[in-house]
Design a protein around this ligand. Structure first.
Ligand code: ATP
Length: 938
């Protein structure tokens, strides 16, 4: 009741009661009056034929003018007859146009003259003077509210229930009857339904709509139908959107997104199930509308208002568990602010501001209509100024969109307002040119199924797209890593194949090539670097069990957790590793060359700092994450000069010392052999990588060939070889006691049981049966010489060693011969002494010694010592001191005699003998002993 009081404060008059609202329920149209309708139609003979209406589509599209005329005639029925019909469904199904324009003239009030210049020429046309305007329908001043409802409201309800969006827009000069036509007086809203009521078209529409919904739900056979209606009421005042159902909500924003479509944010929506609910909303909203006094209308509307009702329906069979169908339609009822000209000064500045905004808003609205009337088909939707104002924005669906639009142009019969009347009629004609595209907003079960199929297909496409994205990118997972590894492995194959086509050196060529020491050093430096990389690679390999996988994984720089793709990739990598092992095995066939390198490296062995070594497999890959096309490498000078054979610098060859070769024990050689394998592996692996590593590997490969070639040439020429792989050894060479040189030269005391030359051979040489076999490989013959041991059996030793052994043996034999000679002479002296003693005892001679005999004895001793000292000096020059032979040919007596003779000699001749002090002392003692014997004899 409070609301009624508020309404009374506005221009709505009258009281609203619950009983009166119940009396507003619509009545059915009888079949009797249906016949009257038909007869009414037959009697229609309009003078003005409506122009071709682009919005008259019928079921399939625009209809012919005759059909349009027929449709207009069908709607030009008496409201009374319509109200009397029993059922709206029994109304003739007229092809309702998408855009419909109805002109209504209000009756003249007491201030206006009755000689209006505006005359209704026909049901759809009016004339002003001699100018005629044709519309869909024209209602003169004698028309009732029911006429308007039948003409506009009934088709609207039918269309709304059918699923169309529908709109009714009242347009006209201020005071021309827009509010009266749309809403009617407030008191009329709660009045009983009657043809003579002033109730406006909107209450009538909702009376009919809700009645039809109720009837359909009650009469549904075998179907389950549910409806849901929600209403909102807003006002556009000074270009702001106000919520008429919640006056605190103002300046609302219009939203339009894919999910919710077009809507006003935070606008109040109320669900209605009865006409009473609607009237309450209407009364509340209309009572909140801004009004003001104009020269024509004391309660002039100063804002645009829009009442919206959304109808949602679901329909399905009672026995069916399926979806059925769903419809959604929107009813938009718009009452524009009154248009007036230059009448703002009467009410002051505030009014002028409101009027200015109204004028501006209507101008923009007119501009939009003009554009739409010109033909929106040739324009892009972005070019249509829907967003020029709140009104045009809200009317986006109604003007040129998915809605059936009816524009009611209200005109005044007053001749003073003839200008506004003409303007309104022109506007009506423009609207008539607008083409809307209303569609039934229904979703059927088939549509749901189709949408479900589309959703499923889109999901599948999304999955495929994601999968393809993973294959092509990257990200960011193990599959990408596996892909990268495969690509890397393919590039590995290409790289290996390319390395095989590198220019090779013809070892069989007789042409000689000079390689200076600089080249050798450079190559050695490269080997050092490669060797360092090798060691680090080994370390990484032991940690990751698969150095190639690890390196490629890091190369990909996409170390994600491994998934099943990675597992499969790992399997592939293992296969590739097996291939690499095969390559290694193939390269091991070239170990003879490496063994020679090990042998020669003994001559120039030196200690390598293990800390300086690093990996090649891993580190190279890390440094070259992007596998580029490998570059063919060039060996130092060889590639440029095309020289084929090698001569090693003599400076390097001078380092070859046989004694140092003893540093190579078997362990070192084995280690060196392993290292050689590692180097080969590195060389193979280095082929994996692009420049510069691949270039380095290629250079090393050719370097090995150069070394092998040189070794062969050097061996054949009996030249020393200083070009070695001593830096490839992992451990320092063992120190050799120089005092054991004789051990090496003494066949009887050779340390190894593997053979005389076993200690000089690397593990590879021994493994290939070189040392233990009497058959010497051809490649080793140049290095072997037969040495005869003390037993007379021939042993095969390396050539340089055998030479020295032979010389030592020869010198040893000479010493033995000397000793034998000395023993023979001493024995001869002893014989002479014994003989002398015997003769003296027999002949009893001797007071004086025989000077001749003594002199002979001294000369003999001196001769022996001289020869002995020469031999000793010779040994000392060779720095090979022999052990003093305490052989059986030198009994103590003879030695004693020898020393005595020597002492006599020194005392006699004063000769300085270069012997050792001990030896001298022994000789002195011997001479003294001999002297004593002589004195005893004499
Ligand atoms: N068809 C009609 N029959 C009887 N009275 C009418 C009719 N049309 C309008 N009137 C009366 O004319 C006066 C002005 O009408 P109304 O307020 O509806 O004009 P309006 O176009 O809405 O004006 P504004 O734009 O200023 O709001 C009202 O008193 C109303 O009762």
């Amino acid at each position: 009741m409070k609301s009624n009081a508020e309404i009374s404060d506005n221009r709505f008059l009258g009281n609203i009661s619950a009983s009166s609202i119940r009396n507003l329920l619509p009545r059915s149209v009888s079949g009797k009056h249906k016949k009257n309708l038909i007869s009414k139609k037959s009697r229609f003979n309009g003078e003005n034929i409506a122009p071709t209406d682009p919005n008259i589509q019928g079921d399939k599209g625009p209809v012919s003018p005759s059909i349009a005329k027929q449709s207009v005639s069908k709607m030009a029925i008496s409201p009374k007859e319509v109200i009397r019909s029993d059922s709206p469904q029994e109304l003739p199904a007229a092809p309702d146009p998408a855009v419909k324009v109805v002109v209504r003239s209000r009756p003249a009030n007491g201030h206006e003259r009755g000689d209006s210049m505006v005359r209704k020429v026909s049901d759809d046309s009016v004339s002003i003077a001699d100018r005629k305007f044709t519309f869909d329908s024209v209602l003169d001043s004698n028309s009732t509210q029911e006429d308007v409802f039948q003409l506009v409201g009934v088709p609207l309800v039918k269309n709304a229930l059918a699923g169309y969006n529908t709109s009714v827009l009242a347009y006209g000069q201020t005071g021309s009857g827009k509010t009266y036509t749309m809403w009617g007086p407030p008191s009329a809203m709660v009045e009983g339904h009657s043809a003579d009521s002033h109730q406006g078209i909107v209450p009538r529409i909702f009376q009919m709509l809700l009645s039809e919904i109720q009837r359909e739900q009650e009469n549904s056979e075998g179907k389950q139908i549910n409806y849901q209606c929600r209403c909102s009421f807003l006002e556009i005042f000074n270009e702001q959107i106000w919520d008429l159902l919640d006056p605190t909500q103002r300046n609302l924003e219009i939203k339009d997104d894919a999910k919710n479509g077009f809507y006003v944010e935070n606008l109040t929506e109320e669900y209605v199930t009865s006409y009473e609910d609607v009237t309450q909303i209407l009364i509340k909203g209309l009572s909140s509308r801004k009004v003001g006094a104009t020269s024509i209308n004391s309660k002039s509307s100063r804002s645009h208002i829009v009442f919206t009702c959304v109808i949602e329906s679901w329909c399905k069979g009672t026995s069916s568990k399926c979806f059925g169908s769903s419809k959604t339609s929107r009813i938009s009822l718009i009452d524009l602010a009154g248009l007036e000209r230059n009448k703002l000064d009467d009410v002051g500045r505030e009014y002028a501001k409101e009027g200015k905004n109204v004028k501006k808003s209507l101008s923009q609205f007119g501009h939009l209509v003009n554009i739409l009337a010109e033909g929106v088909r040739s324009r892009k939707s972005e070019d249509i100024p829907y967003r020029s104002s709140s009104l045009t924005h809200l009317l986006r669906e109604s003007l040129g969109g998915n809605a059936k639009l009816t524009v009611i142009c209200t005109i005044s019969p007053d001749n003073k307002s003839i200008g506004e009347t003409v303007s309104t009629l022109r506007f009506g004609q423009l609207v008539k040119s607008i083409r809307n595209d209303p569609v039934i907003n229904e979703i059927t079960e088939d549509d749901v199924n189709d949408l479900s199929d589309q959703i499923r297909q889109l999901k599948e496409e999304l999955i495929r797209a994601k999968s393809n994205e993973c294959n092509s990118i990257g990200n960011n997972n193990g599959y990408i890593k596996g892909q990268s590894v495969r690509e890397s492995l393919n590039q590995l194959r290409v790289s290996l194949n390319r390395s095989f086509i590198l220019p090779r050196i013809d070892n069989e060529s007789e042409e000689e090539v000079n390689v200076d020491e600089g080249d050798v050093r450079e190559l050695r430096l490269q080997l050092d670097n490669l060797h360092s990389s090798c060691e680090e690679s080994s370390k990484d390999t032991s940690e990751n069990k698969d150095c190639i996988q690890c390196s490629f994984a890091e190369e990909a720089s996409e170390t994600e957790l491994m998934n099943e793709h990675d597992v499969s990739c790992m399997e592939e990598i293992e296969i590739e590793d097996n291939n690499l092992e095969k390559l290694k095995t193939e390269l091991l066939l070239e170990d003879n060359t490496a063994s020679m390198n090990c042998l020669t490296s003994a001559s120039t062995s030196r200690t390598i700092d293990p800390a300086s070594r690093s990996s090649i497999l891993i580190s190279t890959c890390r440094q070259s994450p992007v596998l580029e096309d490998p570059t063919l490498s060039e060996s130092p000078k060889i590639g440029n000069t095309q020289r084929k054979s090698i001569t090693i610098s003599s400076n390097l060859a001078s380092k070859n010392i046989l004694s140092e070769s003893s540093k190579f024990n078997s362990d070192v050689l084995q280690q060196s052999h392993k290292q050689g394998d590692h180097i080969r592996s590195s060389l193979q692996s280095s082929k994996i990588f692009p420049t510069p590593t691949e270039s380095l590997a290629a250079s090393l490969q050719r370097g090995l060939q150069i070394i092998d070639h040189h070794q062969r040439n050097s061996a054949s020429n009996k030249a020393s070889l200083a070009f070695s792989f001593e830096h490839l050894t992992l451990k320092p060479c063992l120190a050799v006691d120089k005092t054991n040189n004789s051990v090496q030269t003494s066949p009887e005391e050779r340390p190894s049981s593997d053979g005389p030359s076993a200690s000089f051979l690397c593990a590879s040489c021994r493994r290939t049966g070189f040392s233990g076999s009497s058959e010497v490989p051809d490649s080793m013959k140049a290095w072997i010489v037969a040495v005869e041991d003390s037993n007379g059996s021939a042993n095969q030793v390396p050539k340089d060693v055998g030479k020295d052994l032979a010389e030592a043996t020869e010198r040893e034999k000479e010493l033995e011969n000397i000793c034998k000679e000395q023993a023979a002479k001493i024995e001869q002296l002893n014989f002479l002494v014994e003989k002398y003693k015997h003769e003296r005892g027999q002949n009893s001679i001797v007071e004086h010694s025989n000077p001749l005999l003594l002199e002979d004895l001294k000369n003999e001793i001196i001769h022996i010592d001289k020869h002995k000292n020469e031999t000793l000096h010779s040994r000392k020059d060779e720095n090979k001191l022999p052990r003093w032979d305490d052989g059986e040919n030198h009994d103590p007596e003879m030695i004693k005699e020898k020393w005595e003779i020597k002492e006599v000699q020194e005392d006699h001749d004063g000769r300085n003998v270069s012997i050792d002090t001990n030896e001298k002392e022994a000789l002195m003692k011997e001479i003294q002993s001999l002297r004593s014997k002589l004195q005893t004899v004499y």
